[in-house]
Design a protein around this ligand. Structure first.
Ligand SMILES: Cc1ncc(C[n+]2csc(CCOP(=O)(O)OP(=O)(O)O)c2C)c(N)n1
Length: 645
């Protein structure tokens, strides 16, 4: 950056941001202009997320860190790995995507996460937490082995640092001694308040009086640095001395083989820039501990950073949500039912992996603090922790999003199912989730779970059924998975009394003949529309709510063969290994039955509104009807003479 502002008119209509087409342009800016730029970036992010929704608070908190980092590095030759990638909006805005930023998270628009296909500045696709140090260590080691001098930096939050993979990577990095710059963005928050012993340790570091000494020293040094810009000065001996002086010995990171710098003010571009320059100079693995404020610069988000971690559309002046009124979400009905059941069932305990609000467990945590556990972003640990609780006599419900539960497949198989432990997996955000896209779609849970012996898998057709399923799960004494979608329920009336749903029995919603449509979970609503429209065309199709994906209702499936020739399955899981494939196997030997499976395709589905995505992949009611009618015609399934009337 240049030392002083130049003759360019900062008051003109053109924003500083409009001059930034690539990170190298930052190096032409004066310190004043950088400050203006930071404000403009905040403004732009607030405006776009107020319309499109998105990860507002994390991005407002990372503006200066992103600018300082890009000033010190030369992306894309130097690589930045963003943990989770939800905080990458600033990075997107200064790496050539400013003009497209209004399309953020929209169908066919910019992704809300890092995507290599979007820009050469995006070094690694991200969405799931805690893997950044592993990737970066691989990159740094790879470059070193090629004698290439590309720098590699990681930005990881204190929340993501609760994930086990981060420690596996720190462990190896300290051993390999690769040149790796880890910026720890410490805002004391995961989505909710951060938890765990590491979080307490970071708090102690933050409170260390050396913080201020370090900051003062940095300020002093910065004042003495000549203009840099493209003509970057070499880091002087005094900086190296400064670094030595402030490497605090005996600390956890040092013990792991890292150098530690900090805490550094995460809202001071110069401090970040200088720290990264020092790290490059010194070499080896180094942690720069940056302290920042989530939501910085927008009052509602500063006050409620958890509420604005990921937000829907909102009114900028007040911060109030402008999302249309909708029925209660599956998530909140789950949370309320947990509280209801737990009042009577004193063995019930709940576990979340850093998503107490997201999974609807906040009320449970409030009502039963001793029976609630937030394990951090540690899905694997959470599942096995539940196994221990189960053996000691508790009844654990582990609430995790479908996509994140992928992390714990081995633990579910080895530590839970193999030992027949009666643990309930409450799998939220199953199926397509919409705006967050492929890293967050719950596309695979039916496939990765239905292969496991002994597990029971349910999917409710509406929020009322979810209540009964949860209750049933607490009574079965088996490992049970219940998968339900993101977003509002159907708005059905909720039964007051919770009842058991017979194990492995599906529900016939509309009796008919010739064609039977069996749908899983949220797809029952679409299947209902399909059945209704088929009826108008003259087909009296049967509609079945699968309810149980495992065990399947063999008796019903057998009975269907007497009066049906086409069995259609509809699910929002990948076709491979899903419900439809199990049904196809069931009818394998039956030559009189034709099967038609609808589900998610064998490619990663992008982001956008769920209905738009369904349209794209042929899961809209119209597309389903068209295919059914084609097959019905080829099978000469007759229609009523009163069709269409
Ligand atoms: C494996 C996994 N589990 C859960 C999440 C959901 N998640 C997204 S961001 C986040 C909190 C991250 O906190 P932190 O790393 O401190 O970043 P901040 O948002 O505070 O900047 C969580 C839990 C995820 N992305 N990946």
């Amino acid at each position: 950056m240049r030392e002083e502002k130049d003759s360019r008119d900062l008051g003109s209509d053109m924003r500083v941001l409009d001059r930034i087409n690539e990170p190298a342009d930052l190096k032409e800016l004066s310190r004043d202009e950088l400050e203006i730029l930071a404000n403009e970036i905040r403004q732009e992010i607030i405006e776009v997320t107020s319309k499109n929704g998105g990860h507002l608070a994390p991005n407002l908190g990372i503006v200066e860190i992103t600018l300082g980092l890009h000033l010190a590095l030369n992306s894309p030759e130097d690589k930045i790995i963003w943990d989770v990638g939800h905080q990458s909006y600033v990075h997107k805005l200064i790496t050539g995507r400013r003009e497209k930023f209004g399309t953020l998270r929209k169908y066919q628009g910019l992704s809300g996460f890092i995507k290599r296909s979007e820009s050469p500045h995006d070094a690694f696709d991200s969405g799931h937490a805690s893997n950044s140090i592993s990737v970066a260590l691989g990159l740094a080691t790879g470059y070193e082995r090629q004698n290439a001098d590309n720098s590699v930096a990681v930005v990881i939050g204190d929340g993501a640092l609760t994930g086990g993979m981060a420690y596996e990577a720190l462990n190896q990095a300290g051993h390999l001694k690769a040149n790796l710059i880890v910026i720890l963005n410490d805002n004391e928050m995961s989505i909710d308040n951060n938890v765990g012993a590491m979080s307490s340790y970071l708090s102690r570091l933050r409170l260390d009086p050396k913080y201020n000494r370090f900051r003062d020293e940095i300020d002093h040094i910065i004042r003495k640095i000549p203009a840099v810009g493209e003509r970057m000065v070499s880091i002087g001996e005094n900086l190296r001395q400064c670094l030595k002086q402030f490497l605090v010995h005996g600390m956890l990171f040092e013990e792991l083989g890292f150098k530690y710098v900090g805490p550094v003010d995460g809202h001071n571009v110069d401090a970040i820039y200088q720290s990264v320059m020092m790290a490059k100079k010194v070499g080896g693995p180094i942690v720069i501990h940056a302290v920042s404020k989530k939501g910085n610069g927008y009052e509602p988000a500063e006050k409620n950073p958890d509420r604005y971690h990921g937000t829907g559309a909102f009114e900028i002046e007040t911060g109030r949500s402008v999302v249309k009124e909708a029925p209660k979400s599956y998530t909140s009905i789950f949370g309320e039912t947990m509280v209801e059941i737990a009042k009577k069932n004193r063995r019930l305990v709940a576990i979340t992996a850093a998503m107490s609000q997201g999974t609807g467990l906040a009320k449970f945590a409030e009502s039963f603090p001793d029976r609630f556990f937030d394990v951090g972003i540690a899905e694997q640990h959470g599942v096995t922790f539940a196994a221990g609780l189960s053996i000691s006599g508790w009844q654990p419900v582990v609430a995790i999003y479908s996509t994140f539960l992928q992390r714990a497949i081995d633990q579910i198989i080895e530590d839970v199912c193999l030992q027949e432990l009666p643990i309930i997996l409450a799998i939220d955000r199953s199926g397509l989730v919409g705006d967050d896209g492929p890293t967050h779609h719950g596309s695979f849970d039916l496939s990765y779970l239905s292969q496991i012996p002994g597990i029971v898998i349910m999917a409710p057709k509406d929020e009322n059924e979810l209540r009964h399923m949860l209750y049933t799960a607490t009574k079965l004494n088996r490992t049970v998975a219940i998968r339900y979608p993101r977003g509002p329920g159907i708005g059905v009336k909720l039964d007051e009394e919770l009842t058991m749903l017979p194990l492995g029995r599906s529900e016939v919603l509309i009796p008919g003949k010739d064609i039977c449509i069996i749908a899983v979970g949220r797809m029952v609503e679409i299947a209902e529309e399909v059945t209704r429209k088929l009826s108008v065309s003259g087909y009296d199709a049967t509609l079945v709510n699968a309810r149980y994906v495992k065990p399947i209702d063999s008796q019903l499936l057998e009975d269907l063969t007497t009066s049906h020739r086409l069995i259609v399955t509809i699910e929002d899981n990948v076709l491979t290994g899903g419900y439809g494939s199990v049904i196809s196997q069931f009818y394998n030997e039956n030559e009189g039955i034709q099967i038609l499976n609808f589900g998610l395709p064998d490619h990663f589905v992008s982001h956008g509104d769920v209905d738009e995505l369904f349209l794209e992949i042929g899961l809209s009611p119209e597309a389903i009807i068209k295919k059914i009618e084609q097959i019905a015609k080829s099978k000469e399934i007759k229609i009523r003479s009163s069709a269409g009337k």
